[in-house]
Design a protein around this ligand. Structure first.
Ligand SMILES: Cc1cc2nc3c(=O)[nH]c(=O)nc-3n(C[C@H](O)[C@H](O)[C@H](O)COP(=O)(O)OP(=O)(O)OC[C@H]3O[C@@H](n4cnc5c(N)ncnc54)[C@H](O)[C@@H]3O)c2cc1C
Length: 446
């Protein structure tokens, strides 16, 4: 076996989450190494403009070339057809390739290798990696590990939270370039279909079902099965009518999943490795960015400010769990719009999961209270007083550049004299104070 490599922070996986963390850590002055292999399968996915903004925000530019201009998105859901919104389609293989190159252009060490084994330890982690073409594995020792291997990242079986079992049957084809790009989604008795076409002629057909409720064909017949089923689906027909050669057909587990633990003293899980959403939301990349964006500050705190380490871990855990619950409930409400097949297994299990808690609590549901909670303060996490409300359960620290908790405490202590108290707040201009008071009233706090 070759001699062990010694590294500081090692990120496993170079998808959007791993890349985001690596770039953020580098910006904070940390030496970081990324170990990754390209995805095993190609995919076309849809993203919104906020994903673009998020990627730009972390310094990703060149990889954006793989994201197409917005194209029409048709939807037939609960029997209603709309073609109002658009989405940006992205060829994930091309995007991930550009991302890998871009990390290196930013000066980040990238090791093209598969991670075979990760043995965590408080005095350092042992990673077994294998480069393409090598017959032997190599050991990489790391002080801190960021797990960003997406849905493929292993985790303990106990304590994992899963949504209803879901499998996506994917057919990829290649037709001639040109023609109209776009995508379409439609609800079906046994699940839903998503179809897309890129300007370069790549075509994606996706059938999402409950594997226990459908007789799935043997692998060799999967492509024919997907095409045959979608040939009876109105929204999919334009995507089937163009001649295209099959590139692959495969089945991917795609249900929502939350890892049993998302951080320790010397490791952190981000992106789909921490929590993966039902792809119906079309928000997977957005969510993976959400959990990865603040991870560099969490890691910086764990490494450089040990006294605040428990707050940093709590911060990461609460955010990942909050994201998981929020998107699970939004998904439930979206599925609930389709009433025609509420008794079918696919729909029945999704209407009841995760719970009956509203996806969006109304701002005035409970009186705002002041609590000490972890916040991001520039490059680190620390405790601060925040105002916790029903719709902001993690708390609001600042608003319009002002710390909210002292202002809310003062206002609460002077019923009937709120305007007067705010006008006297040191360091707050009178017009800002009045605007803030109006905002508190609009939230139903007063
Ligand atoms: C069927 C389906 C459809 C989807 N459609 C959409 C969509 O339309 N829009 C959207 O926003 N999201 C969609 N998603 C979700 C999206 O793909 C993910 O949420 C997103 O890619 C997560 O990013 P990530 O960086 O966490 O993980 P990934 O993008 O999965 O990146 C993980 C990386 O780790 C690498 N890796 C894995 N194992 C190893 C190993 N052992 N060693 C080294 N490297 C390894 C992988 O090759 C990969 O490069 C869909 C998901 C599914 C399942």
């Amino acid at each position: 076996m070759s001699p062990a490599l010694e590294r500081g922070i090692v990120v496993l996986g170079a998808g959007p989450a791993g890349a985001t963390v690596a770039l953020g850590l580098r910006r904070l002055g940390h030496a970081v190494t990324v170990v990754g292999v390209p995805r095993a399968f190609d995919a076309i996915e849809g993203v919104s403009d906020r994903v673009l903004a998020g990627l730009r925000g972390v310094g990703i530019e060149a990889a954006l070339a793989a994201i197409e201009a917005p194209s029409p998105r048709r939807a037939t859901w609960a029997g209603v057809s709309t073609s109002l919104n658009s989405e940006r389609l992205v060829d994930r293989a091309a995007f991930d390739r550009l991302l890998w190159q871009e990390l290196q252009d930013h000066g980040i060490e990238c090791i093209a290798a598969r991670v075979l084994r990760w043995v965590p330890g408080n005095e350092g982690h042992g990673l077994q990696i294998q480069r393409p073409g090598d017959t032997q594995a190599q050991t990489l020792r790391a002080r801190f590990v960021v797990e960003a291997r997406g849905r493929l990242a292993p985790h303990a079986a106990q304590g994992v939270r899963r949504g209803p079992e879901t499998v996506a049957l994917l057919w990829r084809g290649q037709g001639a370039p040109g023609g109209e790009a776009g995508s379409a989604v439609e609800s079906l008795p046994e699940g839903w279909a998503w179809t897309a076409r890129l300007p370069g002629g790549a075509i994606a057909l996706q059938l999402t079902v409950d594997p226990a409720a459908v007789d799935l064909p043997p692998r060799a017949q999967l492509g024919a099965y997907i095409r045959q089923r979608l040939s009876t689906v109105a929204c999919a027909r334009p995507f089937l009518d163009v001649p295209a050669n099959e590139v692959h057909a495969l089945a991917r587990t795609s249900g929502a999943v939350l890892a049993p633990e998302v951080c320790g003293e010397h490791w952190l899980r981000v992106g789909d490795a921490a929590m993966a959403a039902d792809p119906l939301s079309g928000n997977g990349i957005f969510q993976s960015l959400s959990s990865a964006l603040q991870a560099p500050m969490v890691i910086h705190t764990l490494l450089n400010h040990p006294a605040d380490a428990p707050h940093a871990r709590r911060f990461h855990r609460e955010r990942v769990h909050g994201l998981f619950d929020r998107f699970a409930r939004i998904g439930r409400d979206f599925y609930a719009q389709e009433l025609r097949w509420a008794d079918e297994p696919f729909w029945a299990s999704r209407l009841a999961w995760p719970d009956t808690v509203p996806a969006h609590a109304a701002a005035g549901d409970a009186a705002p209270r002041i609590e000490e909670r972890p916040v991001v303060d520039r490059d680190r996490i620390r405790l601060a007083e925040v105002v916790v409300t029903a719709d902001q359960p993690l708390g609001i620290w600042h608003i319009d550049g002002l710390q909210l908790a002292p202002l809310w405490r003062a206002v609460q202590a002077a019923p009937g004299r709120e305007a007067e108290v705010m006008a006297q707040m040191p360091g707050v201009a009178p017009e800002r104070a009045q605007a803030l008071l109006r905002w508190m009233r609009a939230q139903g706090w007063l």
